[in-house]
Design a binder for this molecule. Structure first.
Ligand code: MN
Length: 219
């Protein structure tokens, strides 16, 4: 699957998220996973698996379950480019998914039976994650959504219990050690803030209109 949907939703002139480069045909080496903590309209976790040259992605409103037998909702979302696994920073407000993103955990994964693509199509992925926080077995199972949508999955804790991260680790990036607050304050990856000087008269005009609308709606 390609990245059209991913690209359609984003304006890469305004967000520092990767635009997605053409990829080599085969991804060599171990398959990687990443979990990004994303403070958008609602706080959630984005669970992503390297597969077929992209990151297959699910949004987990409650994150991972840790106790054997527990299950959490996982909503399948559009594929993301591989480089996205390194993205930590701020997606500007007004852009798709606007908010703070933390690289919450990452590492290698494998699928029981070693046929990840087939398992994905069949709607059942029995995973072993080897991350810094998530270490152990989980299973993703596709379920039938209320309106017959095909993007609803559950992530189940299978195997044994896994120790949930401490409160401190829960809010700590595995990439930079920063908390969500620190990432939000640093604004280092926010594209727009560095670009004000390059803004065209048109975009300035548009910004003024946006401001005017905002003021009006506040009344
Ligand atoms: Mn997200």
């Amino acid at each position: 699957m390609a990245l059209e949907q991913y690209k359609r939703k984003r304006d890469f002139k305004k967000t520092a998220e990767p635009a997605g480069k053409p990829l080599p045909k085969k991804v060599k080496g171990a398959s990687r996973f990443v979990i990004q903590k994303h403070d958008a309209r609602r706080l959630h976790y984005d669970f992503r698996l390297e597969m077929e040259g992209v990151l297959k992605s699910w949004a987990l409103p409650k994150g991972l379950p840790w106790k054997r037998g527990e299950k959490h909702l996982a909503v399948e979302v559009e594929d993301h480019p591989i480089e996205y696994e390194d993205f930590e920073g701020i997606i500007p407000q007004g852009q798709y998914g606007g908010g703070t993103v933390m690289v919450w955990d990452r590492g290698n994964y494998h699928v029981y039976g070693e046929q990840p693509v087939k398992s994905l199509r069949e709607g059942k992925l029995h995973l072993v994650l080897d991350g810094q926080k998530a270490n152990g077995e989980w299973t993703l199972v596709r379920i039938r959504g209320r309106d017959d949508t095909k993007n609803q999955w559950l992530i189940l804790k299978t195997g044994g219990d896994t120790k949930a991260p401490s409160k401190k680790l829960e809010d700590q990036s595995v990439k930079t050690g920063r908390t969500m607050k620190q990432i939000a304050e640093a604004r280092d990856a926010e594209w727009e803030s560095n670009r004000e000087t390059e803004e065209s008269p048109t975009s300035k005009f548009k910004a003024r209109i946006r401001e005017a609308i905002k003021k009006k709606s506040k009344r």
